[in-house]
Design a protein. Structure first.
Ligand code: SAM
Ligand code: SF4
Length: 338
């Protein structure tokens, strides 16, 4: 097993269970213009700007992490497109040697304006969150009446070749789960990858429950009954998503991120950086590790890498939702960076 304390060496980042870290999620802001009912409360105080890592600080951490073997970076938030100068950050990241995959998860409301500039800056693909194809239902879930803006954003992403366009949908029972077939139709007609993400207990408040969450297997059966599905042979073992294609050869992919009903912790190769510079080794971590202080007191790259290795060594074996040991993290999804 790699020695996680080999600071400064070129040994890959690995945790104490031998999982090699290949993916970093960076939250670039905690702010958002929507209030999805499974995520964010109406009245949440934003982090003071001075606490956010600057674009240069974010890019520096990214360079160090990529030099130690991370190949994928995804930007998220909050709503990442609200971060001023996001295309500049994309430019800084796109030029890092060794970074194979640079992606972004967005609510799509600003994409019509920004898809072109982001593509030009070096972004290759986007995931757009879309929980309903019905205007009123969308407005109930996002607590903002902006479905038309999001659909225009998705069109702009496709036109700008931010491909494949992926759609993320969080199904909630009795709220939007009846739209599963409409989403399958969207995938088939537009060649999109639609991913259903199981609702996780990381929301503000206490809406989560096994009765509200809809397991991926249930949706898969419902879609399969109308449009038979076959496993996608190209599905990556480190991807949290189990992907399926249409048996009749129609384009599009349907994926299921079954973090609750079928956890994939054994294959998890991710770490996360919050907008205020805290490293998290798991979405469900109750501990965070401050990098900002190191960055701002002039630490060398070697010192930062040593800290990264020490933190990665503490990565949790698995999450504890459902086994009686679960403690909800203090930060909710929009502040962690989903
Ligand atoms: N604002 C951007 C967006 O909505 O795509 C990026 C941040 S958002 C936190 C990232 C993803 O997390 C979205 O696809 C969202 O649907 C998902 N998400 C948020 N809260 C969740 C929860 N409690 N359970 C499952 N997924 C959640
Ligand atoms: Fe905002 Fe994304 Fe959370 Fe919705 S899921 S409230 S868009 S951060």
């Amino acid at each position: 097993m790699p020695d996680a304390s080999q600071a400064g060496s070129s040994a890959p980042l690995a945790d104490s269970f031998g999982r090699r870290i290949g993916s970093l999620r960076i939250s670039v802001t905690d702010r958002c213009n929507l209030r999805c009912v499974y995520c964010m409360p109406e009245d949440i105080p934003w982090l003071p700007r001075a606490q956010l890592l600057s674009l240069e600080e974010l890019a520096r951490v990214a360079r160090i992490v990529v030099a130690s073997g991370v190949r994928k970076i995804r930007l998220t938030g909050g709503e990442p497109l609200l971060r001023r100068d996001l295309p500049t950050l994309i430019e800084l990241l796109a030029e890092i040697p060794g970074l194979d995959d640079l992606a972004l998860t967005t609510n799509g409301t600003q994409l019509a304006r920004l898809a072109g500039p982001l593509r030009k800056a070096g972004l290759r693909r986007v995931n757009v969150s879309l929980d309903s194809l019905d205007r009123e239902n969308f407005a109930r879930m996002a607590q903002r009446d902006v479905l038309a803006q999001v659909l225009a954003g998705i069109d702009a992403a496709a036109e700008a070749s931010l491909a494949p366009v992926r759609i993320n949908c969080v199904p909630m029972r009795g709220v939007n789960d009846h739209e599963a077939l409409a989403f399958a139709k969207l995938a088939r007609e537009r060649g999109f990858e639609v991913r259903f993400i199981e609702f996780m207990p990381l929301e503000h408040g206490d809406r989560w429950g096994r009765d509200v969450m809809v397991a991926g297997s249930e949706l898969r059966q419902r879609i399969d009954a109308v449009h038979p599905l076959v496993p996608d042979p190209g599905c990556d073992e480190h991807s949290p998503s189990r992907d399926w294609r249409f048996a009749d050869g129609a384009p599009g992919v349907i994926g299921f991120i079954d973090s609750m009903s079928r956890p994939f912790c054994a294959h998890c190769n991710r770490i996360r950086l919050t907008a205020d510079g805290k490293l998290r080794t798991c979405l469900f971590s109750v501990r965070e590790h401050d990098l900002r202080e190191l960055l701002r007191r002039g630490a060398s790259d070697e010192e930062i890498l040593a800290r990264l290795r020490a933190v990665v060594a503490t990565k949790e074996l698995k999450h504890h939702v459902g086994d009686g040991l679960y403690v909800k993290p203090e930060r909710t999804m929009s502040r962690i960076g989903g």
